[in-house]
Design a protein around this ligand. Sequence first.
Ligand code: KE4
Length: 463
Amino acid sequence: MAARKLRRKAAPPPAPKKKVKKAAPPRRRRVRRTAESDRLYARAKAKMPGGVSSPVRSFKSVGATPFFVKKAKGSVLVDADGNRYVDYVMSYGPHLFGHMPKAVATAIRKALPHGTSYGAPCRAEVELAERVSRLVPSMEKVRFVSSGTEAAMSAVRLARAVTGRDLVLKFAGCYHGHADSFLVAAGSGVATLGIPGSPGVPADLAKATLTATYNDLASVEALFKQYPGQIAVIAVEPVAANMGVVLPKPGFLEGLRKIADREKALLLFDEVITGFRLARGGAQEVFGIQPDLTCLGKILGGGLPVGAYGGRADLMAHVAPDGPVYQAGTLSGNPLAMAAGIAMLDSLTPAAYAKLERTAARLEKGMRKVATELGFADRLTLNRIGSILTLFFNPGPIADFDDVKKSDGAAFSRWFHGLLKRGVFIAPAAFEAMFVSTAHTEKDLERTLKAHREALKEAFAQG
Ligand code: KE4
C-alpha cells in the first residue's frame, strides 16, 4: 500500500516536560499456573481419599492444593502446568543422587527385558543383600520388603517373638510408618495433620506402644521401671527426621544401647531415612552404635518400592521359613527394585558424600546468613546433619517433639508458599526434612537462597 503523504498542521509548541516519577517496572507477578494440576486434583479427589496416595502430599497443612508432577530429573521437578522447581523433597529421601541418576536408570532399563516380578528368588536379591550386609555389618541377615512401614512392622513382630514380650517403646515425634503399633504419637504426616494417633488402632494394641521423649533417657528408664520385663524393643530413629531433623544429644544413643542390654530388650534403629544417607553404613556408622535390628527403605530402592529389615543372624533365624515368625510379600525382592538398589549402593562413593556435605553446608550457611541479615536469626532454629536439614520457625533449642510443637506453623506456611512461588519445593509440612542431593547445583543454591530471602520476609511480615 503506497504510503500516503501525511499533511502536517503546524504543531503547537511542546508543553514544558513535567517531572514524571518513573513508574517502577511492573513486578513480575509470581503467579504459578495451576490449571492442569487443578483439573487433575478434581479428578483425583473423586476417586482417591484427599486426591493423593499419601497424606503429606495433600498440601493440607499449608492450606493449599497439590501440584501434580509431570517429570523429574536431577534436582528439578516439573509439574503438569510446566512450573519448574528446585526439589528438596526428593520423594522424601530416596534420591540421594537426584531424580533418575544415570546409573539407576541404566540398571532399570537393563533389568526390564528380563521381567518385572517372578515370585521366585533371583540373583539381584542376593547381590543386594550381600551389599547391604557389607555396608551395614550389624545386618548379618536381611529380608527385603516393599516399604519402610513393612520393614518396621516386621522388625517389631520379630522382636516380640524373640523376646516373648509384647510392649514396644517408641519416641514421640518419631515415625516408623503406618503399621498399627506405630501410629501412636507419631511424627511425619500423623503429626502434620494433627491426628492424635489414628482411629482404627484397637485400644489394646495402642496400649502396647509406650512413648518416651526423644533425647530423654530418664523417660526411657521410667517406662522400663513401670513395665519391668515387658518391653520387647526400643524403636528409634537414630537421627529423628519426622518431626523435622532433631539430632540425638551426646550419650542418648549410647544410653539406649546400655538400657536395652541391661533390660534384655532389643534396640531397633529405624534407618529408613538415615540409612546410606548419613554415611554408607548409615547413622550406626556415624555414631558407632550397633543396634540389634535395623530397618531400611528409600535410598535402598533408588525410588522404586523397597524396604528391608535385618540384624543379628541369631535373631533373623526366627524369621520364616527358617523360623516361626511369619512375614511375606508378593513383590518383595522385586528384580527391578533390586537392580535400582544395587546401582544406588554401588554409587555410594566417598566423593559423593563429600559433595553432599559441601552442598548441604553451603545451603545451611546461606540460609543462616539470610536470616541474620534480615534480623530473624533469633526466631529460627536450623538443624542439619549431612544432607538433611530443617528450618524451624522456633527460637529453639529443639531437642524433642514438645520443643518442635512450639514452632510457628503459620510462619512456616508463608515461608513454604514464598519458596514455592519462586520455584523452590520443600515438603508441604513443618515436620519433615529438606533433602539435598548430589544433583543440586550452585545455581540451584543461588536460586534457593534468593527465594529464601523473599520468602522469609513474607513469613515474618505478619509476625
Ligand atoms: P514408607 O512406608 O513410607 O516407605 O516408610 C515409612 C517410614 C519409616 N521410617 C521412617 C524413619 C520414615 O521416615 C518413613 C517414611 N517417611 C515419610 C516422610 N517423612 C514418608 C512420606 C509419606 O508418608 O508420604
